[in-house]
Design a binder for this molecule. Structure first.
Ligand code: PEP
Ligand code: MN
Length: 337
């Protein structure tokens, strides 16, 4: 429910309305705009039946949020969410690029990749220390040692770090090292995990589930937001279809649909969508052209010997060329990269 206040509403009246909503068992989200103040009553709206909020002093009108996702919906907040991380604005007119290897393998590899992607124009460094692998016999990641290598690479380059959290028990550990917490595709509907990251004060990059609808995707974002953390970046990374010529099918339409439905920034991961390095550049160009707020791209200093996802990883030289080629596309739609 959105409660629109009168322009003349006093602090005392706002406090009274807030207390009333809380006493009915709903959470309150206050948004003070230049023109109007809005109060979001978040939770089970049936608890409000029998109470006439319109009658409270200071209230102009009460509007139900019709979508099942409330806090992340455009109905709730019309202006786009901009997330500030390490001097970069995510969701602004600047298209942001996260780049780096699929997995942290060695300290040397991580430092080299970090320097190379920074030189190529990335503003964030990626690297998984906890890897969700299909096979239990495949490389599972270095764990905390990998997080230390990421922290060292950040120290050397100044690039903020994006890394995946797979298990609620590792939340504190990941928070010590990560600037942005990645929730992977396979965990998009791990509701305990979503609830945990909803309680922390770090931005979350939420990847779309392998076969999740946009509504399900947004409901997962709502899980995070409902706990208080609204710094959420949505990431389309390809969905599973009948097509087998690529690893997944990149759903580019997700960008305009999400832009309409939510105020959250939307990224594209062309690497996991394609599964092949040679499709990464065209998919990246299309992503920028269609209005994605950022890209997360796998780049490896030695893809042939990568422990994970080498086939879809760009060599640093290709990454440099790609960023150069993306610039005029971003400019054509009034953005920078
Ligand atoms: C990754 O980013 O390396 C990854 C495992 O991605 P996804 O969860 O999209 O498969
Ligand atoms: Mn990967």
């Amino acid at each position: 429910m959105i409660i629109v206040l009168k322009k003349s509403a006093t602090d005392k009246e706002i406090e009274h309305i807030t207390e009333k909503i809380k006493s009915l068992g709903l959470a309150v989200h206050l948004s003070k705009g230049q023109e109007r103040t809005l109060i979001g009553a978040i939770g089970d709206e049936s608890l409000l039946s029998g109470t006439s909020l319109e009658a409270l002093p200071g209230v102009d009108k009460v509007m139900p949020i019709l979508k099942p996702y409330k806090m992340v919906s455009r109905e709730f907040k019309s202006e786009p969410t901009v997330i500030e991380v390490g001097g970069s604005s995510i969701g602004s007119s600047q298209v942001q690029v996260i780049a780096g290897p699929c997995s942290v393998e060695t300290e040397k590899q991580m430092l080299e990749c970090a320097r190379l992607v920074k030189a190529g124009g990335a503003s964030f460094l990626r690297g998984g220390a906890f890897k969700p692998r299909t096979s239990p016999y495949a490389f599972q990641g270095l764990g905390e040692e990998g997080l230390k290598f990421l922290a060292h690479a950040r120290e050397e380059t100044g690039l903020p770090v994006v890394t995946e959290l797979m298990d609620p028990r590792d939340t504190e550990l990941i928070c010590e090292y990560a600037d942005i917490i990645q929730i992977g595709t396979r965990n998009m509907q791990n509701f305990r995990l979503l609830t945990e990251v909803g309680k922390v004060r770090k931005p979350v990059l939420l990847k779309r589930g392998l076969s999740a609808t946009i509504k399900e995707f947004l409901m997962s974002a709502e899980y995070i937001a409902s706990q208080g953390n609204t710094d959420i970046i949505l990431c389309e990374r390809g969905i599973r279809t009948f097509e087998t010529s690529t690893r997944n099918t990149l759903d580019l339409t997700a960008v305009p649909v999400l832009k309409q439905e939510t105020h959250l920034p939307v990224f594209i991961d062309p690497s996991h969508a394609a599964g092949r390095w040679d499709y990464v550049a065209p998919l990246s160009k299309a992503s920028v052209a269609i209005g994605a707020d950022g890209l997360i791209i796998e780049v490896h200093n030695d893809p042939e010997n990568a422990l994970c996802d080498g086939a879809q990883s760009l060599k640093p030289k290709c990454f440099d060329v790609l960023i150069t080629e993306l610039k005029p596309i971003a400019e054509a739609i009034g953005r920078g990269i």
